[in-house]
Write a protein that binds this ligand. Structure first.
Ligand code: NDP
Length: 331
């Protein structure tokens, strides 16, 4: 039974010097517990924040303890009446091949809704983040221009599609031609920008001839600095992520206040947990749209427990299209 521990806190980009695969004992379930085997692990940019010990909305990982996050797992032994051997569940669990759970800390996955991996992507945390950030904060209206940064990732690829469902002119920003062609050809995004190749000011001006009404921001940094000058009167900004800054200690940038004042724009940061009491609403819309074929999704799946760190590091190099997962074992 292996686990992946945090052994050193990163200052900048996380790498193999910060994580270590360690052998541990196979736990035995006691009454009221079940033993689960990991099938899929989700790696997520927010985990970078938990590797630091700075205060945040979620507690830091502890040194010499396993990293943890969203997983899909199978019950292999149960001493809890409500969990049966063979049940597939999703939960927040340590990066450990076998782990103990209690029934109230897991959610059974309904395989009729889609492949079980969707519970970590479009029908899970990233999907809900996209739905609430866009609909609640962005308040997109038909015909408005919606700009999405990090558009080809797990959250962004859902945001752009919901934007099309609403009837927006959707502009997607991403870091490769493969990603921009995915956005345009498979997700129906109206205008795409490869921020690594194009002059951002010119490309944004061309893509947004009527300015920007809603900005769903996954990345912050230089990209956002270029979006602010285009904000329309009463624009809304859903500040979802700032991955451009996660590995840059003391990151600083141009000032945005004047742009907000001039446009009377509203900017609101959020975490998906803010919407916990409304998760059912989001889940119902996402699963309905998925069933109707109005939403689709992509996954980048790497194989092997020991490859989890590389999959995680890859997020910061843009290696994934859609949701980045690691397949750990077969059900
Ligand atoms: P993604 O699937 O979008 O993966 C991360 C992507 O970020 C990469 O593929 C890469 O794409 C892009 N990226 C990496 N480094 C940079 C950089 N320096 N500048 C610009 N883009 C970069 O991850 P998620 O969809 O899971 O998350 C997207 C964002 O939303 C993250 O910032 C995350 O922290 C945040 N988030 C916030 C939540 C909340 O509750 N507020 C919940 C979930 C996520 P590319 O090739 O285009 O560069």
């Amino acid at each position: 039974n292996r686990e992946i521990q945090l052994i050193k806190r990163p200052e900048a980009a996380p790498s193999h010097e910060h994580l270590k695969v360690v052998e541990t004992e196979q736990p035995e379930p006691r009454q009221g517990e079940a033993l689960v085997k990991l099938l899929y692990v989700s790696v997520d940019p927010y985990m970078r924040g938990r590797m630091s010990d700075a205060e945040s909305y979620i507690a830091p990982f502890q040194l010499n303890e396993p990293m943890e996050g969203g997983v899909v797992a199978e019950v292999v032994q149960s001493k809890d009446d409500s969990l049966n051997q063979g049940d597939i569940v999703t939960a927040m669990l340590p990066w450990r091949e076998y782990a103990l759970v209690k029934a109230d800390s897991v959610r059974k996955v309904d395989p009729s809704l889609g492949p079980v991996t969707t519970s970590l992507g479009i029908l899970g945390m990233p999907g809900l983040t996209a739905y609430f950030g866009l609909m609640d904060i962005g308040q997109p209206q038909k015909g408005e221009t919606l700009v999405v940064s990090g558009a080809a990732g797990a959250v962004g690829s859902t945001v752009v599609q919901i934007g099309k469902i609403v009837g927006c002119h959707v502009v997607g920003i991403a870091g490769s031609d493969e990603k921009t062609s995915y956005l345009m050809n498979e997700l129906g995004v109206d205008e795409v920008i490869n921020y690594k190749k194009e002059n951002m000011a010119d490309a944004l001006a061309n893509a947004c001839p009527d300015g920007v009404d809603v900005y769903f921001d996954n990345v912050g940094g230089d990209i956002s600095d270029r979006v602010y000058p285009l904000l329309n009167k009463y624009a809304r900004i859903a500040q979802c992520g700032a991955i451009a800054s996660y590995n840059v200690p003391n990151d600083q940038g141009p000032r945005m206040q004047m742009h907000l004042i001039k446009s009377s724009a509203l900017i609101k940061g959020f975490t998906v947990g803010d919407y916990q009491t409304r998760f059912n609403e989001g889940f119902n819309y996402l699963s309905k749209w998925l069933k109707e074929g109005k939403l689709t999704y992509e996954e980048t799946v790497q194989e092997g427990f020991e490859t989890i760190p590389d999959a995680f590091f890859g997020l910061f190099e843009g290696k994934n299209i859609g949701k980045q997962l690691v397949k750990v074992s077969e059900p």
